[in-house]
Every structure is written in C-alpha cells, then in structure tokens.
Design a binder for this molecule. Structure first.
Ligand code: SAM
Length: 291
C-alpha cells in the first residue's frame, strides 16, 4: 500500500525515471490519491469472477487497484510511450493485459471475447480521457458486450447531463441515449486536486448499470434517436417547430399538431420536458405515418 502507484511522490518518481511529458491532447490527468481509487473500485462491486475493461491506464494507478480486486483487467492505452512504463509498474500483477490501441478503433467484441471470455461478469472501470467521453460511452453501450456496469470518472457537467431527469436544464439527447441502455447514478463529485496535472474542470464518478433490455421498446431505434436529437436541436423552439423541421415537409404543421394531440402531447411543450416513454410513443406513431 505504501508503495502504491497512486501517490504524488511515487507518480513523480515514475514520470521522472521515464522522462515522461504529459500530452494534454490525450486527456492525460493521472490520479494521485488512493482514497478516490478506493471509491471508484468499491462502486464497481468487483470480485474474482469479474473481468474488467479499462480505458487509458496511464501509468497504472487505477489498473493496479483493479488487478487486486478483479479476476482480470484488459486495459486499452493509445499512448505508445506508456507501454514500457506500464510493463514496469504493473509487473507484480499477472492478471493484466495491456492493449496498445485507440479504444474507439478497437474491435471490442473480439478482444473482450478473447481476453475476458472466461468471466461470467464483465464491467468497465476507468478514469476517462475527457475529450472523447461521449464517443467512448456510446461505443461501449452500443457494442453489445453484455456488461454489468460502467463506472467512470468524467467531467462533472457531463455526468450531470447523463443522469438528468426530464424537465431539468441538463436533460437532453445524451441523457436519453444513456438512460435507454442504463441506470445512471452520480457516485461522487471529485475535486481537481486528486489529479496530476490538475484539469480545468471538476469531475464526477458515475455508475451506469446496464439494463437487461432497453428502458422502452421502439419499432426503429435509429429513427427514435434521430427524432430525439431533432427535438432538442433548437432548445428554445417548441416541440412542434423542431419536429416540423425534422419531418422536412412530409406533413404540414396542422397534420403534425393533430398527431401530437392524438397521443396526448402538447406541441407547445419543449423537447426537454418529454419523458423517454413519450419519445418512444411519438417515434412509433410518426414512423408508422412515414413522417
Ligand atoms: N487511468 C490513469 C489514472 O487514472 O491515473 C490515467 C487516466 S487519464 C485521465 C486518460 C488516459 O487515457 C491517458 O493515459 C491517455 O493516454 C489515454 N487515452 C487517451 N485517448 C485514448 C484512446 N482513444 N484510447 C485509449 N486510451 C486513450
């Protein structure tokens, strides 16, 4: 414990030894506080039968704690310079596989099957590079990996959007895209001071518990998500106006108004007040009318 990677002095020593310079463009902010790692790991509810996917191990601060609690860790790191660093810092742990690859380009299904196939439970645990938080989360949610949980540190404002309820200022198409697949919960807010170098923004640990099946059933998932994005396209416009733009003249405003009335949705409302269930109903009705 005394010699854990996640202390300011050990981190400094490792970085100096390898002459490592941070790349801001890769979102490199390393955790140097054990307590926060404990909280991330405990939110993930790990045990021997869990295979963990980590994105961006850095110098291995979180990876080390995961390896102690999980069956195996499969970690994706884009920065070639960190590969020899990780080989050294994580040498004591036989249950870690580092893959030098961009997570967004990785064939996740194949690699997870190959390296974590023997585990009945699988979760993602990571301190994400903030410049690609949303693409990574959507990549993970859509990859059909049979995940139990995604527990990640992300920018606080993004966490608030992911967990937002209808009718709040943070609620938007991202909230819906995530909550469709998972139950989102903010575990804790994290100050800048736990990182080296310190980021410009506050952070939060969020857990996304994957649902057995999506929150609502829709005829056409792709149409559903396009309709939702369109409903939030101009936040100050009414739902009716945003939808009218979306259907590109395939229906008049009056016809659209009548459809909305039929399913008890007031066209004067704004997109941000609709529940996921209302969007699902709207999506199925409009699609059936080829709008
Ligand atoms: N896990 C370490 C920690 O908590 O101290 C480092 C976290 S740091 C916020 C993000 C890490 O993600 C960096 O190591 C960075 O090089 C890596 N990274 C950035 N973009 C990536 C990508 N597209 N695929 C995989 N790793 C990436």
């Amino acid at each position: 414990k005394k010699n854990d990677i996640a202390t300011p002095s050990r981190t400094k020593e490792i970085l100096a030894q390898h002459g490592f310079m941070f790349k801001k463009s890769l979102g490199q902010n390393f955790i140097v506080e054990r307590q926060i790692l404990e909280q991330i790991v405990s939110a993930a509810e790990l045990s021997d039968d869990v295979g963990v996917i980590e994105i961006g191990p850095g110098i291995g601060a979180l990876t080390e704690q995961l390896a102690k609690r999980a069956g195996k860790v499969l970690a994706f790191e884009i920065d070639q310079r960190l590969v020899p660093v990780l080989a050294q810092t994580l040498a004591p742990y036989p249950n870690i596989q580092i893959i030098h690859q961009d997570i967004l380009k990785a064939d996740l299904q194949q690699l997870v099957e190959e390296h974590l196939g023997q585990f009945s439970r699988k979760s993602v645990v990571a301190n994400l590079p903030y410049y690609i938080t949303t693409p990574i989360l959507m990549h993970l949610l859509e990859a059909k990996l049979d995940l139990e949980q995604i527990v990640v540190m992300i920018q606080k404002e993004v966490a608030e959007r992911l967990a937002a309820e209808p009718g709040t200022k943070d609620y938007g198409s991202l909230s819906i895209a995530v909550q469709y697949f998972a139950e989102a919960r903010i575990e804790r807010i994290v100050p800048k001071s736990v990182f080296v170098p310190q980021p410009n923004v506050d952070s939060a640990v969020i857990s996304l518990r994957l649902r057995d099946k999506p929150l609502v059933e829709v005829q056409d998932e792709d149409y559903f998500f396009r309709l939702i994005r369109a409903s939030f396209a101009q936040r100050r416009k009414t739902l009716l106006n945003n939808l009218h733009t979306f259907i590109e003249g395939r229906m008049s405003k009056e016809e659209l108004q009548a459809v909305l009335e039929r399913i008890d949705i007031d066209g004067k409302r704004r997109g941000e007040t609709l529940s996921i269930q209302e969007f699902a109903k709207l999506s199925d009705v409009l699609r059936a009318l080829k709008a």
